[in-house]
Design a protein around this ligand. Structure first.
Ligand code: C2E
Ligand code: MG
Ligand code: MG
Length: 661
């Protein structure tokens, strides 16, 4: 029983309490209340004045003038305070205070008006008495409607009017008033029932709006996370490729105000060997350190992002003058002078940068990126560790490359491609030991196109998959006519080595030719294998299983020559011609060449020195016990007809002995 009362009391308590734990509901109540409560006071003022006028002259002045005047004044003050509250944002506590104050005031108002109107009753005739009943009923119903968003206030007002009304008029001798009391009670119950229903709809709506807002906030968090994941590089925390392109587009649009934009692509030199030797974890940490160093160094207005791998990108929307650019280049280069310390391992790397400016170098974001990338490619090839600005010469090269690509796509490859052969001399026998097959293209449109141009164009357009088997077939057709002991060297491109399908095609060509695989040397360059060392090793092993041998071409020009020579299944190494060309004047070059020769013999690899152009170089190499040489001193590349004559004359005139003593 006690429990039942406690429950009922708590239910009633809930009805009369302002819901502090549901701030959204309270806020909504306050908003609706603030809108409606001034109307209530206006209604009370008008009704009070009307009732006071009805009784003016018949009832004492206290009841018809002073009390109504006081009521009207209080109601006006409350009305103005609520009208002012419309423009003020209240804190939770202030709002609770204001609503609680309204509940108390509603109680006082109910008692005061009931007492006042009933005290007028004895002074009136039948009409004015009816006005009292009408005043109480109509005013309390009107107030209930205006107070409906503050359920407790509405209930208090109606209860404090309805109870005295029912007793007063219900106990009257006049049957009209008894009926009015009955009617009023019935109506007020119906009104309260409707209001409470309405209130709970209002509460539900506010709560569902709240739930919707929570859902929207959760969605916002998820979409923010999603945006972050798809725009931020998870390793370094820098903006990623997608973010960079979006920002670059925006930056380009902004150039209408800024005047221009400078874009730089930065690529680490020597990152891949570190990754291969020390593992990916170490590589990742190095990338994070590089990102941190760059971020700390660059001015806040410079956008810094990671494109992927060891490539970073940066752009500034402030145009820099040439001196400032040179200073920026130097300061970034200096950043890499300090070695990186990771897990007690000291790592030294440098970076190459290609940069281009908008609108001078390009007119769109994509073109600007391609131009900066071209400058980077140039830096990597010719100025490793330095910054290269995209220039007019680069523009001409790009134009030429695209005309080469176009002509190659429409070329009759079978007819227009041919093979030149350049001998490789064995210093021991003083006879040609082998010929290197060098691709030649005589285009009806462009004339003789150097292999460096059309091979690169074919690599870019994926035509290399067609070109290599065709060139190899032609090269082997020529070699098939030579004596068995003369070998043939054939250059493979990076794309060939990276594609298992290309390797299968190459094997098929070898198997269909009249030249034994054991007579073939495949030349690969370091850049061809470093992209994917595992796939390259598999490809080279497949060729070795066939019986062919593998030579590392242009040794010493790359950044990872030493890791290549250690990890790849090599038979020979060809030392790049840049080393021999300097030996007459540069003692360091002599020392380097000597060391390279020693390294090759130490690893058990045959060594070929490329680009031998004079007898002094031959003498030096012979003193250093270098066995194989290639270069214009012995012969320039020749066509297949010339090879026959060359071989015949070589046999009769001990080539090396005659020319180099
Ligand atoms: P490489 O394989 O290093 O070929 C040697 C290049 O040096 C040849 O240029 C050759 O003519 C040149 N050379 C030889 N001796 C001397 C010398 O004493 N002095 C000077 N200054 N140069 C000398 P080439 O024929 O223009 O070939 C350039 C490059 O094109 C080759 O370099 C090779 O990487 C590539 N290449 C040529 N043919 C093919 C091919 O069939 N397939 C592929 N993938 N690449 C090829
Ligand atoms: Mg070669
Ligand atoms: Mg070479």
């Amino acid at each position: 029983m006690l429990n039942y009362f406690e429950m009922a009391a708590s239910q009633i308590g809930t009805i009369f309490r302002v819901p502090r734990e549901n701030p959204e509901l309270m806020e909504a109540k306050l908003a609706a209340f603030t809108r409606q409560v001034p109307i209530m006071y206006a209604l009370v003022v008008v009704n009070t004045t009307a009732l006071a006028i009805t009784f003016y002259g018949t009832a004492p002045h206290l009841l018809t003038m002073y009390l109504p005047a006081a009521f009207v004044a209080i109601c006006m003050i409350r009305m103005l305070s609520w009208l002012r509250a419309r423009n003020i944002t209240l804190s939770l506590n202030q709002a609770v205070e204001k609503l609680t104050g309204s509940i108390i005031f509603a109680g006082i108002l109910g008692v005061a008006f009931s007492a006042w109107s009933l005290s007028l009753f004895p002074y009136g005739d039948a009409y004015s008495k009816s006005h009292v009943a009408f005043f109480m009923a109509v005013t309390s119903i009107g107030c209930s409607f205006c107070l409906m968003h503050l359920r407790s206030a509405a209930l208090i007002v109606t209860t404090l009017v309805v109870v005295p009304f029912a007793f007063f008029f219900g106990s009257s001798d006049n049957t009209v008033f008894t009926s009015i009391a009955f009617n009023f009670v019935v109506v007020i119950f119906a009104v309260l029932f409707m209001l409470l229903g309405n209130y709970s709809d209002f509460e539900k709506r506010v709560n569902s709006e709240k739930a919707l807002r929570i859902k929207q906030a959760e969605l916002q968090v998820l979409s923010d996370r999603n945006f972050r994941n798809s725009n931020i590089d998870s390793l370094t925390g820098l903006p990623n490729r997608r973010n960079f392109f979006a920002e670059l587009e925006r930056g380009i649009v902004n150039t209408a105000h800024t005047g221009g934009l400078l874009l730089g692509i930065l690529d680490l030199d020597g990152f891949k060997p570190i990754n291969d030797i020390h593992g990916h974890r170490m590589g990742d940490r190095l990338l994070v350190e590089v990102a941190d160093r760059l971020r700390a160094h660059l001015a806040p207005h410079v956008f810094l992002g990671r494109l992927g791998g060891d490539e970073f990108v940066m752009f500034s929307e402030q145009l820099l003058d040439p001196d400032a650019i040179a200073e920026a280049e130097e300061s970034i280069e200096n950043l890499f002078d300090v070695p990186f310390e990771i897990d007690d391992i000291t790592v030294r790397i440098s970076c190459s940068i290609g940069y281009a400016d908008f609108p001078d170098a390009a007119k769109t974001a994509q073109d600007l990126f391609e131009r900066a990338d071209y400058a980077l490619f140039f830096a990597k090839q010719h100025k490793r560790g330095k910054a290269v600005r995209f220039s007019a010469e680069h523009e001409a090269e790009i134009r030429e490359a695209s005309s080469v690509s176009r002509a190659l796509a429409g070329a009759n490859l079978e007819q227009e491609l041919w093979i030149a052969y350049q001998p490789i001399i064995d210093a021991e026998t003083r006879q040609p030991a082998s010929f290197e097959a060098l691709a030649r293209w005589k285009s009806p449109e462009l004339g003789n196109v150097p292999p460096m141009s059309f091979i690169v164009a074919a690599e870019r357009s994926d035509m290399i998959g067609q070109l290599t088997p065709l060139l190899l077939r032609k090269a082997l057709e020529g070699a098939a006519t030579w004596p068995e002991h003369i070998r043939i060297s054939f250059n493979l491109s990076a794309v060939d080595v990276a594609s298992p399908l290309s390797i299968l095609k190459i094997i098929a060509v070898v198997q269909q030719s009249k030249v034994k695989a054991s007579r073939i040397d495949f030349e690969i360059t370091e850049t061809a294998v470093m992209g994917n060392l595992v796939q390259a090793t598999e490809a080279l092993n497949a060729l070795k299983t066939l019986g062919a041998r593998i030579s590392l071409d242009d040794f010493g020009t790359g950044y990872s020559s030493l890791s290549c020579i250690r990890e790849l299944p090599l038979d020979k190494v060809k030392i790049d011609r840049s080393f021999i060309s300097k030996i007459e004047t540069d003692s360091a070059a002599r020392l380097i060449l000597r060391t390279m020769l020693g390294l090759c013999s130490g690893l058990g690899h045959d060594c070929i020195v490329e680009g031998v152009e004079n007898s002094e170089q031959v003498d030096f190499l012979r003193r250093e016990h270098c066995r194989f040489m290639q270069g214009y001193f012995f012969a320039k590349p020749m066509n297949i007809e010339q090879v026959g004559g060359y071989l015949a004359s070589a046999q009769s005139s001990m080539l090396v002995g005659r020319t180099a003593g």
